[in-house]
Design a binder for this molecule. Structure first.
Ligand SMILES: Nc1ncnc2c1ncn2[C@@H]1O[C@H](COP(=O)(O)OP(=O)(O)OP(=O)(O)O)[C@@H](O)[C@H]1O
Length: 247
């Protein structure tokens, strides 16, 4: 995935103009777990929506898997802060939703595989509202992964969860990333989350968002990675830059 000179200016009603992103150059290699962190309003969601193909940027080019992005596609799966599951469909049917090209048996098999992967095999026939928030978000991740995207885009997926569930989900997502080999682009405003998850941490400045830090990170995955000195030093480095860029 490569962004070159990407800028986004929103033109609202009347003369309201918002410069959300300015001149972003960013390459994410296949298999990376890239976390984009920045203060509120730094254009993180805008950047994700551009890569997803939901919006065409005002300036610059976006290339995914060697082809320019012209809209959403099955090569990119998206997970939002709210799970956005269809309440009238079972969990299984929600996961099958993005698999319309396949026949019924193949859809079912693929959905079962994904539900197994996220630990929801036993709840496949329930409706989303019968699941906890963390389980709903796992179902949303299974739905996004079901078509086998090359890139998984997540926009603050754990922000609405309680602290313990959030930590568990972070660990599960790391494990999923390791088994699937999917490239991950993860948006957060939490510096801790960025330092914990990313193999690559990209920090954006306050509006308009510009890249102010692009750091490779290789935390030792011990029993308590958050207690490792590497975690603390990465977090402090990111925090300092995000703070000074927000001023
Ligand atoms: N569709 C839109 N029309 C007009 N302005 C918009 C639109 N979407 C976003 N903006 C503005 O662009 C700026 C960047 O928004 P964006 O949601 O990308 O930032 P963010 O870093 O994800 O913020 P947060 O962490 O608060 O979610 C904000 O000032 C926002 O008000």
């Amino acid at each position: 995935m490569r962004l070159a000179g990407v800028g986004q200016t929103y033109r609202g009603r009347g003369r309201r103009v918002v410069d959300a992103l300015a001149d972003v150059d960013l390459s994410v290699a296949a298999g990376e777990f890239a976390v984009i962190v920045g203060p509120s309003g730094s254009g993180k969601s805008t950047l994700l929506r551009i890569v997803a193909g939901f919006i065409t940027p005002s300036r610059g080019t976006v290339v995914v898997n060697g082809a320019p992005v012209r809209g959403p596609g099955p090569d990119r799966g998206v997970v939002f802060q709210q799970p956005r599951l269809f309440p009238w469909l079972s969990v299984r049917r929600n996961v099958e939703f993005g698999l319309r090209g396949l026949d019924r048996a193949a859809r079912r098999a693929r959905a079962s595989e994904q539900l197994e992967l996220v630990g929801l095999a036993d709840t496949a026939d329930l409706r989303p509202y019968e699941l906890s928030g963390g389980m709903q978000q796992r179902a949303a991740i299974a739905r996004a992964l079901a078509p086998g995207p090359r890139i998984l885009l997540l926009d603050e997926p754990f922000a609405a969860l309680d602290a313990l569930t959030r930590e568990r989900m972070q660990e599960e997502l790391r494990a999923l990333w390791q088994v699937t080999g999917t490239t991950v682009i993860f948006i957060t405003h939490s510096v801790d989350e960025a330092a914990y998850l990313g193999t690559r941490i990209v920090a954006l400045s306050a509006r308009p968002g510009r890249v102010v830090l692009d750091l490779a990170s290789d935390l030792p995955r011990s029993a308590e990675p958050r207690h490792e000195p590497e975690f603390v030093s990465t977090r402090d480095k990111v925090l300092e830059l995000v703070r000074s860029a927000a001023r």
